[in-house]
Design a protein around this ligand. Structure first.
Ligand SMILES: [Ca+2]
Ligand SMILES: [Ca+2]
Length: 295
């Protein structure tokens, strides 16, 4: 008994060492997520978020001028570098960097060649990443069915009423974007929507005044949906339209827990777009990242 005890301790020690090394190796490699936008035949990508050692953070430091941004572009947007295009939460092929730019005072971005042009055509945003997502479950992205659409609009109207937007104004509600996705692979659609309600001026729609924006994540099934996360934005003194508009980029499992995070693009001040990441943990949706003011 006594003689085998040190051996047992050594085995336990080695096993612990091995598993902690495994965990470190897995978490030490940063995961980069990029926003993809298409303009005619050119695709542009911009850094959204880096996930490293359990943290969501901005991909480069903005504390000391443009050096970090330049280094980021040199490394990640070098000509010929390729990324996995994420569309509908899954692997949708590859994008190859044609050229990177860092001189622009606000953004780092790359101009891309696509193997199959037009894959995201007509969509506002998609995502790209530098890690293989094929092992992280599949999901889909589609237009909502008519019952889903009606349900999402009802949920949006209820959220607007809570923010004291009048029923009269709600008659002019516009759906800017509504997408059905499945973030957890249970084949039930999560609905992600962007809505706009104009201000009324003496009961008439005012096109000159800033509208009420709403970004909504709704959960449910068929025609029964409830609000899971709401971001209401109203900036009555804004001069730069459309400040406050928030749109779905796509969904992808960034932290590898099997449930996809939702990435949205937000129209910020002075047209400096920024990104938010929403994560569902224990049935609750949290905003786990914002790049507001970081670019
Ligand atoms: Ca689902
Ligand atoms: Ca996740």
């Amino acid at each position: 008994m006594h003689r085998s005890l040190p051996l047992l301790i050594i085995i336990i020690f080695l096993t612990n060492q091995f598993s902690s090394n495994q965990a470190q190796t897995k978490s030490a490699k940063p995961v980069n997520v990029f926003d993809v936008q298409q303009n005619a035949d050119t695709i542009f990508i911009r850094p959204v978020v880096t996930f490293e050692r359990g943290e969501f953070k901005f991909p480069y430091s903005t504390a000391q001028g443009e050096t970090a941004r330049r280094r980021f572009v040199d490394k990640y947007f070098a000509p010929g570098k390729s990324y996995i295009l994420i569309f509908g939460g899954g692997n949708a092929g590859f994008l190859k960097i044609k050229q990177g730019y860092w001189q622009d005072g606000a953004y780092a971005y790359g101009e891309l060649n696509e193997d199959e042009p037009g894959r995201i055509h007509g969509q506002l945003h998609a995502l790209a990443t530098d890690y293989d997502t094929t092992a992280r479950g599949s999901a889909w992205r589609r237009s909502p069915t008519q019952p889903e659409r009606m349900a999402a609009i009802e949920v949006a109207k209820a959220a607007y009423l809570e923010h004291n937007v009048s029923a009269k104004a709600l008659e002019a509600l516009e759906v800017n974007n509504l997408t059905a996705i499945d973030i957890d692979g249970d084949n039930k659609a999560e609905l992600v929507g962007s809505f706009k309600v104009p201000q009324l001026d003496h009961d008439k729609i005012s096109k000159d005044k800033p509208p009420h924006f709403l970004f909504l994540i709704a959960e449910g099934e068929g025609e029964h949906y409830k609000a899971a996360r709401v971001n209401y934005q109203f900036n009555p003194k804004q001069t730069e339209y459309p400040l406050g508009s928030e749109m779905l980029c796509d969904n992808v499992d960034i932290d590898g827990d099997g449930i996809n995070e939702i990435v949205s693009a937000f129209t910020g001040p002075a047209f400096k777009d920024f990104y938010l990441v929403y994560q569902r943990k224990a049935g609750k949706w949290n905003q786990v990242f914002s790049s507001a003011g970081m670019q």
